[in-house]
Design a protein around this ligand. Structure first.
Ligand code: BGC
Length: 745
């Protein structure tokens, strides 16, 4: 068949697809036709993803960021199928959507010159909004979204992010992170939805639904990518990209379910764990990438490597004896696309491997079919696709309001002695501390730049915590501190200023980071922050401790003396306003901890610990437990009941409870349903979250809530590593109440 005929067939099938939308059949036929027409070089090109710098101008002039010759070399000579990242590494910074539109347009123009006109798929880390597009709506990071316990907000974040990406002409988002955050030292903890499987599943799948809708080809939707499959988040030493030791039981119990849920929610791409589990690097793990991912979880999309990680099987892991062997191992393990990212070595080596008979062409066809299918499903072959109009879709008032609400709901009021909070607006307030007057500490990594720490790139009109307090205050707000996180703060000056004020808002925590630059050796804070806090606490003036940053740094001694404690984590661009809203009582806080807040740096005992960890009462003693979070109102749950006392195996269990606002302010409360299997053949956690609902209640209002627990909720990974339910007694817990029910064979 002549090439022209094939292209015409593909185009007409695609157009037919527009009308009929029978994507499955049309797509499959297109893929087979296309594959049959492709040379081996073209196929391998589809499996190659390069960084923008590979096509970027060395000395860009104005908006011309691409070097046309380099772009032609990548697409016409090497048949590259995918490009990632923002121009230009290593500075990679946000660009306006006009520049993005031009980049995507220029790439399309050269694609049209290729023999088969297969579109390039462009990937970007838009992990809390369109992070690399200037002016985009930048949400709270995932750890904060988890603290909202509000799936509706996560869905909206997904919708808004996809829309704002489409305005840029971008479509493929390397998000959400479905790793579970069970190692607080890990510098990417904040990119996760916290330590609990159920919470992360609900928040992550809601995000995917919002981002993709029913059809991610729609002009205002985009593709998601589940990261980082699997076990990346649990390094034993807490450092990024270092070994995890995860047994098969633990893997199946804690680390696989979120990915399984993400696949069911329709995520078409998955990114591979950059580190190793049980001595096997993620990119070499056939059991994970093929046996489990394809065989068990039924994933049909494509798996993309993480940054340079195929090469690293040779250069870092010493698993392969040569770069060529590294390519063979990764491709045969199940990696479909290589984020190379700086050269074409992957293509060259893979070509040799196929020619030498070391990698069968059938494996190449399999990987390329998966990639082409995603491209078809994403509508990339439809030539008419234009970027979404900015008007009405980019940084809208509605997006801003959603973001502000998400930030408010993501902040945890952990302590409020004698109702010190909310403060009167007329109060005289001293604001100090390294995180009090910066926007970057509210946003964290992947904000305008990879590390997110360049304050000069942040919008001038968004207030920091200090500025937001100042704007709302009718009294006085005095700031003592520097202009960057590392600027030393004059303790004597702060103590002297405290004397003339009624209350101190002390903002401590972490500077922005992600990945390896965020590695730390201890959860303890730097001594300069502790000294400042201790000196201010010693003044006798009430201190409101506000923490910002991606990890739970140790604040035990200071929190015990502080009158109020607010855990802000990374509440995003509206974080300053949201914190001030809470501090002054313009918003009644309702965030709940999505992680266990440790008392000491080695207190890494999580809420769903095992009975053996209760044996010594000193083992589990967090500063604040998972799910903790106060309101300016009070709530009570009573009347916990199940619809029966005894169930047959396979039955659903209906749990009901009343929740009442017993305080004097309208507020929101999250009701959490925990379960414990009272005796099982494998030790079970003392409790595990199985369901939750967030409700808004006026003072005195009561609502009856019902929850369905399914057999899946009662199940666990049994002795033979299969998921089972064992008959017997189970305890369900809500608030201070618990009730036992039985399951009979
Ligand atoms: C990170 C990924 C990210 C990728 C592309 C890697 O270093 O681990 O999370 O998606 O870079 O930027």
């Amino acid at each position: 068949m002549r090439i022209k005929t094939i292209i015409l067939m593909i185009m007409s099938l695609t157009m037919a697809g527009c009308a009929v939308r029978n994507k499955e059949q049309v797509g499959q036929q297109n893929i087979e036709n296309l594959l049959a027409a492709m040379t081996l070089e073209e196929k391998i090109g589809q499996m190659t993803q390069v960084d923008f710098s590979v096509i970027g101008a060395v000395d860009p002039q104005g908006d011309e960021l691409i070097d046309p010759a380099k772009l032609q070399e990548a697409l016409l000579k090497h048949h590259v199928g995918s490009i990632l990242n923002t121009p230009s590494t290593p500075n990679n910074i946000a660009r306006s959507y006009h520049i993005w539109q031009k980049i995507i347009h220029d790439i399309k123009v050269v694609t049209e010159q290729t023999r088969l006109k297969i579109p390039v798929i462009y990937g970007i880390d838009a992990i809390h909004g369109a992070t690399y597009t200037q002016g985009a709506t930048l949400f709270p990071q995932a750890i904060n979204m988890a603290a909202t316990f509000n799936p509706e907000l996560s869905l909206k974040e997904g919708e808004i992010t996809a829309r704002e990406l489409r305005v840029s002409g971008l479509q493929w988002n390397f998000s959400p992170v479905m790793d579970i955050g069970r190692q607080p030292l890990w510098p990417r903890l904040w990119e996760t939805y916290g330590e609990d499987v159920h919470l992360a599943t609900v928040l992550g799948t809601s995000y995917i639904k919002g981002h993709q809708g029913d059809d991610f080809a729609q002009g205002n939707k985009g593709l998601t990518c589940l990261k980082h499959y699997v076990g990346y988040s649990f390094p034993i030493n807490g450092k990024d990209r270092s070994p995890a030791w995860i047994s098969e039981r633990m893997l199946r119990e804690y680390f696989l379910p979120t990915f399984e849920a993400g696949i069911k929610a329709g995520a078409p791409t998955i990114m591979v764990n950059s580190a190793e589990v049980d001595g096997i690097p993620g990119h070499a793990n056939y059991q994970y990438l093929t046996t489990i991912l394809r065989g068990e979880l039924g994933f049909k999309g494509f798996a993309v490597s993480d940054w340079e990680d195929i090469k690293r099987l040779y250069t870092r892991d010493k698993l392969a004896a040569s770069p060529k062997e590294a390519v063979k191992i990764a491709v045969m393990a199940g990696v479909d696309m290589s984020m190379v990212p700086f050269d074409f070595s992957f293509s060259d080596l893979l070509l040799e491997l196929v020619k030498d008979g070391e990698v069968p062409e059938s494996r190449i066809d399999e990987a390329v079919s998966r990639i082409l299918k995603v491209k078809f499903d994403a509508g990339l072959f439809e030539p008419s696709t234009q970027p979404l109009a900015a008007e009405g879709h980019f940084a809208t008032a509605e997006a801003l309001a959603t973001n502000r609400q998400a930030a408010r709901e993501s902040i945890v009021l952990a302590k409020n002695t004698d109702h010190i909070l909310p403060l009167k607006k007329s109060a005289r307030i001293l604001v100090t501390g390294p995180t009090a007057n910066l926007l970057n500490v509210l946003n964290g990594g992947w904000t305008f730049t990879w590390q997110g720490d360049d304050e000069s790139l942040y919008p001038k009109d968004n207030p920091t915590l200090f500025k937001a307090l100042q704007q709302k205050s009718t009294g006085s707000v005095t700031y003592v501190g520097g202009n960057s996180f590392n600027d030393p703060i004059d303790i004597n000056k702060a103590v002297a200023a405290a004397k003339n004020n009624d209350v101190i808002v002390l903002a401590i925590g972490e500077k922005p980071y992600t990945e390896t630059p965020g590695n730390i050796d201890s959860l303890n804070l730097e001594s300069s922050q502790i000294e400042l806090a201790n000196a201010l606490l010693a003044t006798g003036k009430p201190v409101i401790l506000v923490t910002l940053g991606g990890r739970p740094r140790i604040i035990t001694a200071q929190a015990e003396k502080a009158a109020g404690v607010i855990l802000g984590f990374l509440p995003g661009m509206e974080g300053g306003e949201a914190l001030a809203d809470i501090i002054f009582g313009d918003y009644n806080p309702n965030g709940k901890l999505p992680i266990t807040y440790p008392r000491n740096t080695n207190d890494i005992v999580l809420y769903d610990h095992k009975p053996i960890e209760n044996f010594d009462p000193n083992v589990y003693k967090p500063l604040y437990p998972f799910g903790h979070g106060l309101s300016y109102s009070q709530f009570q749950t009573t009347g916990l009941s199940t619809d029966k006392n005894t169930y047959k195996m396979g039955d659903d269990i209906t749990v009901s409870v009343h929740v009442k606002n017993t305080g004097s302010l309208t507020g929101k409360e999250t009701v959490m349903v925990y379960l414990n299997d009272l005796a099982a053949s494998v030790t079970r956690p003392n409790k595990q979250l199985k369901a939750f609902k967030k409700v808004a209640l006026t003072p005195g209002q009561t609502e009856k809530l019902s929850f369905i627990l399914t057999p899946q909720d009662l199940s666990f990974i049994g002795v033979d590593l299969k998921r089972i339910v064992e008959p017997g007694e189970f305890k369900v817990m809500v608030g201070a109440e618990s009730i036992v029910f039985s399951v009979t064979p």
